[in-house]
Design a binder for this molecule. Structure first.
Ligand SMILES: [Zn+2]
Length: 330
């Protein structure tokens, strides 16, 4: 039986690249890419991706197990499904990325970088999703991009919804709730993530899921991921999602991003500060340009803001943190 993760880890090509079971046809389309079609037509096309960051192993293992269960007919397939392991080079090396962060190079942003294996992979993945969704243009499109984080977080699991002008899909929002995530974050500007690409260029209902701590292969306690695993399986089986058991999910929108413009830029946060660290009105969140005595401090401008993905060490011109406001939904 084909195991696309094992092949990828061994840097091998599949000897048999397609086949079928009682319920489905499968095809290995290339390194880390496995496509499934049920024998019965489906009205949904789902992309599940993991390993865009190579060291985020738990979602990679979840996806590999899901594929095994499908191939053994232990799980019913009721959608057209494309499973993607994003960055094979980085997965083999056990690192987030080798040359450039792949989740900053979609929507064609790879064209601004020198051509390396990772930029070529991003270009290939864009074309792959195009071909997959357009092969049956009438189906409803979904894309879940699965991640884990190195950094601690006050809210450990959360969803990031790409900016889009159309309303967010009800079924996708239900899936996020059912996955027992702590928070959902709405982007307010276009980006260069994988889900921004699938949402804006291919009108997929897309979400980036941050599912907890990143660990090495073999060190994950996959039971920590039971809720999202169940939701993914319900998606694949086209079943209703389970009811949420956790407290009400918290909603945030991105209100600003703090960009590092000079070398002495400093966030007023420890390097290992957790995500969703809170600042209050008037608090200094970042300082820069002190050497030139033209200090430009970044000060909290709302009663309360929360910092996501802080990073003092980004290159000049890049985002050092996202600033969030919590939304009070009634
Ligand atoms: Zn990631």
């Amino acid at each position: 039986m084909i195991d696309f993760l094992e092949l990828l880890k061994l840097d091998q090509t599949a000897k048999i690249t397609c086949g079928e079971t009682a319920q489905l046809q499968w095809a290995w389309l290339g390194e880390g890419i496995l496509q499934f079609r049920p024998h019965r037509d489906s009205d949904t096309s789902l992309v599940l991706s993991a390993g865009i960051h190579g060291n985020e192993t738990a979602p990679i293992e979840l996806l590999a197990q899901l594929c095994q269960d499908l191939l053994q007919d232990k799980l019913t397939l009721n959608v057209n499904l494309l499973c993607v392991l994003g960055n094979p080079l980085a997965i083999r090396a056990g690192v987030r990325y080798v040359e450039y962060d792949m989740n900053r190079m979609f929507c064609g942003a790879y064209q601004q970088l020198e051509s390396v294996i990772e930029t070529q992979r991003a270009e290939y993945l864009e074309q792959l999703l195009c071909d997959f969704y357009l092969s049956d243009a009438k189906t409803k499109r979904y894309h879940l991009d699965l991640h884990t984080a190195i950094r601690k977080s006050y809210l450990e699991t959360f969803a990031l919804l790409p900016f889009q002008q159309r309303a967010y899909d009800t079924q996708l929002l239900q899936a996020i709730e059912a996955a027992e995530l702590d928070a959902v974050v709405y982007h307010q500007a276009v980006g260069t993530t994988f889900t921004h690409f699938s949402s804006s260029k291919l009108q997929a209902e897309s979400v980036t899921l941050e599912l907890g701590k990143a660990k090495s292969f073999g060190e994950n306690n996959l039971s920590d991921f039971n809720a999202i695993d169940l939701v993914i399986r319900q998606f694949v089986e086209a079943k209703d999602f389970s009811a949420r058991k956790k407290p009400v999910i918290r909603h945030f929108k991105v209100v600003d991003s703090i960009v590092k413009t000079v070398e002495d830029f400093q966030l007023n946060l420890a390097d290992d500060a957790p995500n969703f660290t809170e600042f209050h009105f008037g608090d200094v969140i970042a300082t820069q340009n002190h050497a030139a005595q033209q200090a430009i401090d970044y000060v909290a401008h709302l009663k309360s803001v929360f910092i996501l993905f802080p990073n003092n060490h980004v290159k000049i011109g890049l985002r050092a943190a996202l600033v969030l406001e919590e939304l009070e939904l009634t």
